[in-house]
Design a protein around this ligand. Structure first.
Ligand code: 5GP
Length: 201
């Protein structure tokens, strides 16, 4: 899908509780949109089966992560259920400067940090139609023990409380509908007057 994107790209921050299906919705949405870059995060968590270094995440040690924080190399970072996650800033800015949009898929604490640092960022909260579905989805993923799932759910409850800070809420019940909603938000942003004002000159 093509839509001219003048000047600097837009920073989209896709957030929401673990189990809401952020990755699934993005995985279906992004390949159909031109000129959009998915930011790869750094994390100290262990790779899950099938995850590849440099593709799913940059898997780093605790020490390497702390060094990145010290160097100021991260746009945002958060500790989440016992591990660190963060967004390398340089790649994000290079893409935005080149006029491409960038998508961060991150948890809420980090999303709110980005909102403070980059108030122009567009925050999108993805939720399931019903909170109880989160628990079902986390269990059916089968990759984590019950106590980790319980902590992810507790975290999700607190994430819902920041609800009024987001620009958009996408409901992921029917996947096709969620993909349509997210695509519409990205395309609408590209059609904003400030992005197209040059066309009127
Ligand atoms: P998971 O362990 O399931 O891959 O990720 C746990 C949570 O961390 C998810 O909500 C995911 O979106 C979030 N996350 C992934 N990368 C980042 C990041 O760079 N920064 C922050 N703040 N959260 C992240």
């Amino acid at each position: 899908m093509k839509c001219k994107n003048a000047g600097r790209g837009t920073l989209f921050v896709v957030t929401g509780p673990s189990g809401a299906g952020k990755g699934t919705v993005l995985g279906r949405t992004l390949p159909a949109i031109d000129g959009i870059h998915y930011s790869i995060s750094a994390t100290t968590r262990n790779p899950r089966p099938g995850e590849m270094d440099g593709k799913s995440y940059y898997f780093v040690t605790h020490e390497q992560f702390l060094a990145m924080i010290e160097r100021g190399a991260l746009l945002e970072y958060a500790e989440y259920v016992g591990n660190y996650y963060g967004t390398p800033a340089a790649a994000v800015d290079a893409e935005l400067d080149a006029g491409r949009d960038v998508v961060l898929e991150i948890e809420v604490q980090g999303a709110l940090m980005v909102q403070q640092k980059r108030p122009e960022a567009v925050l999108i909260f993805i939720i399931p139609p019903d909170f109880s579905l989160l628990e079902q989805r986390l269990h059916s993923r089968g990759s984590e023990p019950d106590d980790v799932i319980a902590r992810r759910l507790e975290k999700a409850r607190s994430e819902y409380q920041s609800g009024n800070r987001y620009d958009y809420i996408v409901v992921n019940g029917d996947l096709d509908e969620a993909v349509r909603e997210l695509t519409s938000i990205i395309i609408a942003q590209r059609c904003r007057t400030e992005k197209r004002i040059d066309l009127l000159r």
